[in-house]
Design a protein around this ligand. Structure first.
Ligand code: XIL
Length: 350
C-alpha cells in the first residue's frame, strides 16, 4: 500500500481512536462501549422504532434522561397527555406536561406517541363528578379530542385514540362514554381525531390482547367493521403488560399477523414483564427470554411498527405501586444497570 503523509496521519488517528474505544469498552463493559449501536439504531435497521414511556417528574434525573435520550428513538408521555392533565377544568386546557415531553423528543430527535384521548381512567373530576346527557357528553368528547389533536398536530406520529375499551370477555367496558353514547363513540372519536389531523396514525390500545382470545377477537371484529365502514383506524396497540406467572402469549405473532392482514399496523405500546419479588437469576433469565421473544415476534410481522417499554428502568416503573409484591419488570434495574433482558433485546434486534 502506498502511504502519503495524509493517509499516515489518518491511520495514526484511527489507531488512537481505536485505543480510546477499547479503553472505554474495557472500563465500562460492552453495553456502554461508545461504538455500540443503540436499541434505536438496531431497530431502525429493521424499519422499526424502539421507544420508552417517560413521565415529567423523572426529567430532572440527568443519569436517567441521558440513557432515555441516547438509547431510544421514540417516547410516550406516561401521564402528561391524559385528560386529567390536559383539560383540568372544562374547556381550560393545559398542555405544559405534554409539551415538555414533545420538546425533549425534539432535542433528542425522537418520535412521540400520543397517549391517550379517550379512557375511563385518570379523567378530571369535573367530568366524572356529574351526569351528562348524550348530547352534552358528545360535545365534551369532541371538543377534548379535537383541541388536543390540533395542539399536537405534526408533533406526534400516532394517537392512542381510545384506550381499554373492552372487558376480558370481549364485551364493551361500561365506561361513562359507552353508557352515555353507546358503542358508536369509538367510530366518532376516530373520525373527530382524523378531522383534526388527517396525517396522524390512529390506534385503539389495550392490555391482555397480545394473544388470540376473546378480548383480541373483539378488537379484530371491531377493526374489521370499522375498516369496512371507512372509519379512519390505522393500528392496534398491544400494551403488553406481561407477568411471568401468566405465561408468555404464544399466539402473539399469529395475532399481529391477522391485524396486518386487515391492513392495520400494530405496535407493542407499553411493554413490561413483571414478576413476584424478590427477583432472582432464574426469573430474570425467563424475563430476558420473553423480551427476546416479543422482539422477535414484532420483527417477524412487517406491520408491527415498533416497541415501547413502559419506561425503561425499574427506578420509574408503575408496577410496584399497582401490583402488590411485584416489580423488576423493565430491562434496566433501579441503578440504571442493564439486566439480562437488555442484552436479550439487543440480540433479537441484532
Ligand atoms: C400508568 C402510569 O404509568 C402511572 O404513572 C399512572 O399512575 C397510572 O397509569 N395502561 C395505560 C397507561 O394505558 O396509561 C397506564 O399508565 C398503565 C396501564
Amino acid at each position: 500500500m502506498r502511504t502519503t503523509a495524509r493517509s499516515r496521519t489518518r491511520l495514526r488517528l484511527a489507531g488512537a481512536l481505536a485505543a480510546v474505544l477499547v479503553a472505554a469498552g474495557a472500563a465500562t463493559g460492552p453495553a456502554a462501549a461508545a461504538e455500540d449501536p443503540t436499541l434505536a439504531d438496531l431497530a431502525q435497521r429493521h424499519g422499526r422504532y424502539f421507544g420508552s414511556a417517560t413521565d415529567n417528574p423523572e426529567l430532572t434525573d440527568t443519569a436517567y434522561t441521558e440513557i432515555l435520550g441516547h438509547e431510544f428513538d421514540q417516547i410516550t408521555p406516561g401521564n402528561g397527555m391524559k385528560w386529567y392533565a390536559t383539560e383540568p377544568q372544562q374547556g381550560v386546557f393545559d398542555w405544559s406536561a405534554g409539551d415538555e415531553i414533545v420538546e425533549l423528543a425534539r432535542t433528542n430527535r425522537q418520535k412521540v406517541r400520543g397517549h391517550t384521548l379517550v379512557w375511563h381512567s385518570q379523567l378530571p373530576g369535573w367530568l366524572t363528578g356529574r351526569e351528562w346527557t348524550a348530547d352534552e357528553l358528545r360535545a365534551v368528547l369532541k371538543n377534548h379530542i379535537q383541541a388536543e389533536v390540533r395542539h399536537y398536530r405534526g408533533k406526534v406520529f400516532a394517537w392512542d385514540v381510545v384506550n381499554e375499551a373492552f372487558n376480558e370477555d370481549g364485551t364493551y367496558r361500561e365506561t361513562v362514554f359507552y353508557k352515555t353514547l353507546g358503542p358508536g363513540y369509538i367510530a366518532d372519536a376516530l373520525r373527530w381525531a382524523h378531522q383534526a389531523d388527517p396525517r396522524v396514525k390512529l390506534y385503539l390500545n389495550d392490555y391482555n390482547i397480545e394473544g388470540v382470545g376473546p378480548k383480541s377477537d373483539a378488537y379484530y371484529a371491531l377493526a374489521r367493521q370499522l375498516r369496512a365502514e371507512g372509519v379512519p383506524l390505522h393500528g392496534i396497540g398491544l400494551q403488553a403488560h406481561l407477568a411471568l406467572q401468566y405465561g408468555y402469549p404464544d399466539t402473539l405473532r399469529e395475532n399481529l399477523g391477522r391485524f396486518a392482514r386487515l391492513g392495520l399496523d400494530t405496535a407493542l405500546t407499553e411493554v413490561d414483564i413483571r414478576m413476584y419479588l424478590p427477583a432472582d437469576e432464574t426469573k430474570l433469565a425467563t424475563q430476558a427470554d420473553w423480551y427476546r421473544r416479543l422482539t422477535e415476534d414484532c420483527l417477524a410481522v412487517r406491520r408491527c411498527a415498533g416497541i415501547t417499554l413502559w419506561d425503561y428502568t425499574d427506578r420509574y416503573s408503575w408496577i410496584p405501586a399497582f401490583f402488590e409484591g411485584e416489580g423488576a419488570a423493565l430491562p434496566w434495574d433501579e441503578d440504571l444497570v442493564p439486566k439480562p433482558a437488555y442484552h436479550a433485546i439487543r440480540e433479537a434486534l441484532g
